[in-house]
Ligand binder design. Sequence first.
Ligand code: AKB
Length: 322
Amino acid sequence: MKKILVTGAQGQIGSELVPALRESYGGGNVVASDVRMRPGGSDSAGEGPFEHLDCTKGREIRDLIGRHDVGTIYHLAALLSAVAEERPQDAWHLNMGGLYRVLEAARHYGCAVFLPSSIGAFGPATPRENTPQDTIQRPTTMYGVTKVASELLCDYYAQRFGVDTRGLRLPGLISHVALPGGGTTDYAVEMFYQALRYGQYRCFLKADTRLDMMYMPDAVRAMIEVMAADPARLVHRNAFNVAAMSFTPQELAAEIARHIPGFSVEYDVDPIRQAIADSWPQSMDDGAAREEWGWAPQYGLDSMTSHMLDELRKKLGIPAAE
Ligand code: AKB
């Protein structure tokens, strides 16, 4: 088979997507890549090839695709919302420059491309509840601007050049393998670690900030399923809304406290991240994904919380509560 290339493989998504792809398609068929070099030249588990790749360098991408006979690219390398607001020029350079070069290489070599879009692709003018698949998208953050432009660029390459581009609008992702880096929804992951380590957490969003969230195993499955979906059934192709659960920091804290009695949260609001969160959907309508390729999440708030706590206890060496 032609190989699968994952860019940004050492990030929060890549750390779980790469092992899942290797499980399905074989270790040697999945090339992990990142601008951060891995000591030893292999992936974390040593189960497949790892390559250094700077996605803003077209020659590096083409060289890697040619050498490994790549047929599908999961293009994950991007800056997240909070860091993109701090460094908007870098965000444009990586998020747009990287995608443009990946799409050009895909056009040249006939590769399919997966792109993670985000709830960040919406803005304050979008309906925040039950956000439709096709609706107004006027984001007010640099992250959002790059996500809308990326969705459009992927549509353009599909229509104009026949590149098989597909993608999902992902909610905030909760995971225990790798930490998120520089997002607005990162509070949810931080809360789990701090609850287990210290029994308390200082949250940078207001207690009642409701956002769409998803557990990583569901997100990884969605990414694999959308790329395997029958193209004849896909009306949208790109940027499918996918939803699983929607909660506030206060609701997550209450769920964690059911397992860790006495867990408490203080609120010390970061105005920049709060403004970002206030411009995002609280719950997306994912009917198109359900209809066109059978999307269905498996984890809700309670099952995700118990699984996260079990996994993190093992990882951090914290004994299970009596
Ligand atoms: C972020 O918070 O920036 C990301 C996202 C929702 O896209 N997790």
